[in-house]
Write a protein that binds this ligand. Structure first.
Ligand SMILES: CC(C)(COP(=O)(O)OP(=O)(O)OC[C@H]1O[C@@H](n2cnc3c(N)ncnc32)[C@H](O)[C@@H]1OP(=O)(O)O)[C@@H](O)C(=O)NCCC(=O)NCCS
Length: 167
C-alpha cells in the first residue's frame, strides 16, 4: 500500500502525523487479515510502535504487511512502513508494528481461520517468536511489555520459546 503524504496528513513541521501512520498500519493489516480469513476481522491489539524517522509532505509512505502467525481465530500481522523520497528514490524504514486481528462471525464471535503455511526458515522463526510473545525465556521479566495477547500465548503448547522476535 502506498500513500502520498499531503499537507492534511501532516503536523505543523510538515511531518506525517503519527495517528495517520497508525491508521494506515491498521488498514494494511486489516486487508491481510480479511484476505486470509475471508471473514469479518477486528483489530484486537497492536504492539508498541516507534517512529524512527519522519515522512515529509510530498514523500511516499510505503506500507507492507504480511501475516506472521495464526492461532485458532487470531492472526498476527507484521507491518513495515518506509518513507520514499520521490526525487531521489531513497527509502528509509520508519516503523514496524505487530497487530493481532481476530476473525469474527456475523454475531461478532471469534471464528476459526485457516492455518498459515510457513515456507521459509525466517517465517518459521517469526511464528515461533509470535507464539512465544516475542520474548525469550530469559527475558520473561520483560513480559509486562508484551501485549495481553502475547502473554496469553506464552503457555501455548507445541512451540519452543527460544527465539526472539526479529527486529
Ligand atoms: C477481539 C474480540 C473479538 C475477542 O473476543 P473474546 O470474546 O475476548 O475472544 P476470546 O477470549 O474467545 O479469544 C479469541 C481469540 O482472540 C484472541 N484475543 C482476545 N483478546 C485479545 C487481545 N486483546 N489481543 C490479542 N488477541 C486477543 C485470543 O487470544 C483468541 O485467539 P485464538 O482463537 O487464536 O486462540 C473482542 O474482544 C472484540 O470484539 N473486541 C473489539 C474489537 C474492535 O472493536 N476493534 C477495533 C475496531 S475493528
Amino acid at each position: 500500500m502506498v500513500e502520498l503524504v499531503l499537507p492534511n496528513d501532516a503536523n505543523t513541521m510538515g511531518n506525517v502525523l503519527g495517528g495517520r501512520v497508525l491508521h494506515w498500519i491498521d488498514l494494511a493489516a486489516a486487508i491481510v487479515a480479511h484476505r486470509h480469513s475471508r471473514t469479518e476481522a477486528v483489530t484486537a491489539s497492536m504492539d508498541e510502535v516507534s517512529f524512527l524517522g519522519p515522512i515529509r509532505v510530498g514523500q511516499l509512505a510505503v506500507i507492507a504487511a504480511r501475516m506472521t502467525f495464526v492461532g485458532r481465530s487470531s492472526m498476527e500481522i507484521r507491518v513495515d512502513v518506509q518513507s520514499e523520497d520521490l526525487l531521489s528514490g531513497e527509502r528509509r524504514q520508519t516503523s514496524t508494528a505487530y497487530l493481532t486481528f481476530v476473525a469474527v462471525d456475523k454475531a461478532g464471535q471469534p471464528t476459526e481461520v485457516p492455518p498459515l503455511l510457513y515456507e521459509t526458515e525466517e517465517e518459521k522463526r517469526e511464528a515461533r517468536a509470535a507464539a512465544c510473545g516475542g520474548a525469550v525465556p530469559a527475558a520473561l521479566d520483560k513480559l509486562e511489555k508484551t501485549s495481553s495477547r502475547s502473554r496469553r500465548r506464552m503457555g501455548q503448547p507445541g512451540w519452543s520459546c527460544y527465539t526472539r522476535r526479529p527486529s
